[in-house]
Design a binder for this molecule. Structure first.
Ligand code: BTN
Length: 263
């Protein structure tokens, strides 16, 4: 059986969605770049692109996603027909946290959707959307999960903050098993977004790192904002109380904790 068929079979065994198309080259610049090309050409929902290595993997906020062998690099196309499309990035975080939980790793979510294990980054999600006159036409969700790669091969500045399933005690898990777990959980979260979006936000909160009340910096655009992290609201926005006392709702950005909440 080839790898794409093994993935489709693993997904069917979990009751997941049927995949209309799977591309799985050994190496690619970015699975999300390729998926976006397919999306613009009219590819159907749940089209998937995977690769063993990415030469120009992209992260959130314009960062590079270093993508050596030993990681899952997957992008999946969604054509959402529900109202709360803005919650998809959070839903994807829930799906990946639950999928890695299924594999036996305890994870926490850092807003919007960084998946942490032992306080270090295990997985990340890049959500890119295209809109037309009728609203969002498609969303390319890119998921990177560190499976087994050697952190010592990463750039020195990344080595401290990164972990992998192997480092968390889950060795010998196949890429297609992790991909199937992520896609199956994602399908459940997409159904929930349609029927009960508030349940997705509740699920997100239940997986969240307990940074409530902490002083954080949020980099969203140029100037970082510093404030107390109050909550993630029902629209998925991060609510900060700035040092001036003003409240700010943020819809994207990178959060760093400066100081824990006073007890
Ligand atoms: C982040 O910054 O945390 C998001 C990282 C997303 C990486 C994945 S790997 C598969 C897909 N292809 C990319 O180029 N990026 C995403």
């Amino acid at each position: 059986m080839d790898r794409a068929s093994a993935l489709a079979a693993a997904l069917a065994a979990r009751g997941g969605p049927r995949l209309p198309g799977v591309e799985w080259p050994v190496s690619i610049d970015s699975t999300s770049n390729r998926l976006k090309e397919l999306a613009r050409g009219g590819a159907p929902e749940w089209t998937v692109v995977l690769a063993d290595v990415q030469t120009a993997g992209r992260g959130r906020e314009g960062r590079t996603w270093v993508s050596p062998p030993g990681g899952l690099y997957l992008s999946v196309l969604l054509r959402p027909r529900f109202e709360k499309v803005g919650l998809l990035p959070l839903a994807a975080g829930v799906a990946v946290a639950e999928a890695t939980g299924d594999l036996g790793v305890r994870t926490e979510l850092k807003w919007p959707n960084d998946v942490l294990a032992s306080g270090r980054k295990l997985a990340g999600i890049l959500s890119e959307a295209a809109s037309g006159p009728a609203g969002v036409e498609w969303v390319a969700l890119g998921v990177g999960v560190n499976l087994s790669f050697d952190a010592a091969r990463l750039p020195p500045e990344m080595q401290d903050g990164v972990t992998s399933l192997a480092e968390e005690g889950v060795a010998d898990v196949s890429v297609d098993a992790v991909a199937a777990a992520v896609l199956a959980r994602l399908a459940v979260c997409c159904d929930a977004l349609r029927s009960s979006p508030s349940a997705v936000v509740s699920a997100w909160r239940s997986h969240a790192a307990a940074w409530w009340g902490s002083l954080v910096d949020v980099r969203a655009g140029e100037a970082p904002l510093r404030g107390r992290l109050l909550e993630v609201d029902d629209e998925g926005a991060l609510v900060l109380e700035l040092e001036s006392g003003t409240r700010r709702r943020l819809f994207s950005g990178e959060v760093t904790r400066v100081r824990r909440a006073a007890r």
